[in-house]
Design a protein around this ligand. Structure first.
Ligand SMILES: C[S@@+](CC[C@H](N)C(=O)[O-])C[C@H]1O[C@@H](n2cnc3c(N)ncnc32)[C@H](O)[C@@H]1O
Length: 357
């Protein structure tokens, strides 16, 4: 066994890309999400809940509207997937207090893999209503809404080259020269699953979120048995994209991906979500799916500008300027407004959920 940089890989033993990313991002004490707090101005990237509280307030309002559509059940479960530094749920808890009937019914669960982030969340959200869970077994009664901002793009993916109907999977291997990228025959199980997706037909390069789908399978099971939905917001695309979307971000800048190993534990590695693949996945599982919308459409339809005009009344000029600059970042089409998309899959008799067309 050779100790290569920050985590161990046996010499000449190949490891698939997703297993490599899993170690790079989540290995205890070494993986990126277990080593440092990546969020905020001293971190590596900012996400919508850390840009503006208005984002989280709008999510709170959306969740309340979802609860109303379910005819205000007495037990209503909400699960934040990958809560990061806890900014979003902190605002949810504050907002829900203004809605006593909902607040009495709601059970809040946080699903977080990183122990370091879990501790940060626990310090930020000191509220007895909020419970941290490792699986969804304790959610037994009442509808459930799962939601995640930039959750899915943080789950490791597999990559394949398809050439003359042959599927080759990307691996890494450590040899005397260092870390090398190699391609090997894909497993028959993966090939047969890939072939079932219309969205992946005719692609010569495929990104497949196998671990992401394992997570979603657990979520779909709960939604199917209890009713409810899953709302995912992520950086992703709708038009077919036939290439590598892995990106490495450090200090708010993209860094060269060629030397991935140099960035293990130091940079975030994510990918762009193929939203039509997600949609096809949910439909295969017999969930209904709303038309995918942009973050701009979702937030504006939910009234973020109206909310801003109420909030600004208590602000001085500098605070107002700052708030609108942050809103611009969330909504502008060249920043997050159109790059980020929102998908809702659900199991319920009604279809008219707010925020979608
Ligand atoms: C890119 S961060 C997004 C954080 C936060 N939602 C935000 O918008 O600021 C991804 C989050 O998902 C968590 N995560 C990744 N894989 C996970 C898994 N399999 N189970 C639970 N949490 C996971 C990470 O630790 C982190 O909190």
């Amino acid at each position: 066994m050779q100790k290569f940089k920050s985590f161990k890989l046996s010499l000449n033993k190949k490891i698939p890309l997703d297993k490599f990313l899993e170690k790079a991002l989540y290995e205890p004490e070494i993986g990126y999400y277990n080593k440092k707090n990546p969020f905020g101005k001293d971190g590596d990237f900012v996400t919508s809940p850390t840009i503006s509280n208005l984002f989280s307030e709008i999510l709170a309002i959306w969740i309340i509207s979802f609860w109303e559509k379910f005819e205000k059940p007495k037990i209503f479960n909400i699960v934040e997937l990958g809560p990061g530094d806890g900014s979003l749920t902190k605002i949810l808890v504050q907002t829900f207090k203004k809605f006593p009937e909902l607040n009495k019914s709601v059970k809040i669960f946080l699903y977080e893999k990183s122990n370091l982030l879990k501790n940060i969340q626990k310090k930020k959200i000191k509220n007895k209503k909020v419970k941290w869970i490792k699986n969804f077994h304790s959610i037994k009664k009442g509808p459930v809404i799962f939601f995640g901002n930039e959750f899915f793009d943080a789950l490791p993916i597999k990559q394949f080259i398809v050439n003359k109907k042959k599927f080759l999977e990307k691996h890494y291997v450590v040899n005397k020269k260092g870390l090398m990228e190699t391609y090997h025959k894909a497993s028959p199980t993966d090939i047969s699953v890939l072939k079932t997706f219309d969205v992946l037909k005719n692609q010569s390069f495929i990104e497949y979120p196998k671990l992401g789908f394992i997570e979603l399978n657990k979520i779909v099971k709960k939604i199917t048995s209890l009713s409810g939905g899953v709302l995912l917001i992520d950086y992703g695309y709708l038009k077919p994209f036939n290439g590598n979307t892995l990106q490495t971000v450090m200090k708010n800048k993209k860094v060269n991906i060629k030397n991935l190993y140099d960035y293990v534990g130091k940079a975030d590695i994510s990918y762009l979500v193929n939203f039509n693949l997600l949609k096809e996945f949910f439909k295969k599982k017999n969930l209904k799916v709303k038309n995918i919308v942009t973050q701009k459409f979702f937030l504006e339809t939910m009234g973020i500008m109206e909310r801003a005009r109420i909030v600004e009344k208590k602000m001085n000029d500098q605070q107002k300027k700052d708030m609108y600059l942050r809103l611009k970042r969330l909504l502008h089409r060249d920043s997050m407004g159109e790059l980020f998309k929102v998908i809702l899959a659900y199991n319920y008799k009604k279809n008219n959920f707010l925020g979608f067309d």
